[in-house]
Ligand binder design. Structure first.
Ligand code: B12
Length: 227
């Protein structure tokens, strides 16, 4: 199967909500040595976007979205360990705490961001979904995080991103602790409005953003965390 056909089949497996097919195609991708990031982006994520659009137009329904997510997760179960392997032998470039805002259970994009950060040598602590502000703060404190990333996929839960930033500001932890945001509805305008330290539209640009922020941070002496 050509690479283009493989990516198209991956995309279709998500649209069809077919986890077994999605997993088998991911295995084929690994065996044949295709570019895994392209497989994720041009294949599975592209299928997800299609399902999201169809759901928005009421041509697909909640069970279809659930099935699509299962297919994507089955594929990521194969691809994540491959991506993780790339990151294991490097010294850590910084600690990142990640989670999805309170009230929001979308996890696929946030998990993908975490996987790519890990593959690029960052230490990632994933708090999961539906994460309250206090939990972000406690984890950032305990792990002496360099960057905190808050994902939101619902327009209603984007406010949780703002709350995290307000909390970190109130506690005097910024600018040394960087707070970044992401998720499909997040725009540059929102990122600026709530004075986040950055946002990224996809996992690849999230890695570039975190790399830039941790390098900048390395230039600033001192730690905001008491010993
Ligand atoms: C899969 C899915 C679900 C699954 C989630 C399964 C799971 N385990 O994650 C299920 C079925 C559970 C679900 C539920 C719901 N969903 Co839904 N869902 C989707 C869908 C189709 C895909 C999301 C996804 O995984 N995309 C693929 C990933 C890879 O992309 P991503 O999440 O955008 O992440 C990338 C970037 O945004 C960025 N990024 C993400 N996070 C972060 C964080 C940081 C720090 C950074 C830097 C970058 C970053 O990098 C990621 C990787 O490239 C979207 C449609 C869409 N286009 O987004 C709707 C969508 C988000 N859902 C929607 C809705 C309405 C719901 C429900 C309310 C439906 C309902 N009636 O119950 C519930 C809400 C439940 C809740 N409380 O959270 C709407 C939201 C509308 C809105 N404006 O708020 C959407 C847009 C669909 C639509 N067109 O209407 N959903």
């Amino acid at each position: 199967m050509s690479e283009t056909k493989l990516f198209e089949a991956m995309r279709q497996s998500v649209i069809d909500g077919a986890p077994e097919t999605a997993r088998t195609l991911a295995e084929t991708g690994v065996k044949t040595g295709v570019d895994l990031l392209r497989a994720i982006h041009d294949g599975y994520v592209s299928g997800m976007s299609c399902v999201g659009e169809q759901f928005g137009q009421r041509r697909m329904f909640l069970p279809d979205m659930v099935a699509a997510a299962e297919a994507m997760k089955a594929a990521m179960g194969v691809l994540e360990p491959e991506l993780n392997r790339l990151g294991t032998e490097r010294p850590s470039s910084g600690t990142i705490v990640l989670g999805t805002a309170k009230g929001d259970i979308h996890e696929i994009g946030k998990t993908l961001v975490g996987t790519l950060l890990g593959a690029n040598g960052f230490r990632v602590h994933d708090l999961g979904v539906d994460v309250p502000v206090e939990k972000f703060a406690a984890a950032a404190h305990e792990l002496r995080a360099d960057v905190v990333g808050v994902s939101a996929l619902l327009t209603t839960t984007m406010n949780g991103q703002k709350k995290v930033i307000e909390f970190f500001d109130r506690e005097g932890l910024r600018p040394k602790i960087k707070v970044i945001i992401g998720g499909a509805p997040v725009t540059r305008q929102w990122a600026e409005e709530i004075r986040s330290d950055g946002f990224a539209k996809d996992a690849v640009s999230a890695v570039a953003l975190v790399r830039r922020l941790t390098q900048e941070k390395g230039d600033v002496a001192g730690s905001p965390w008491p010993d």
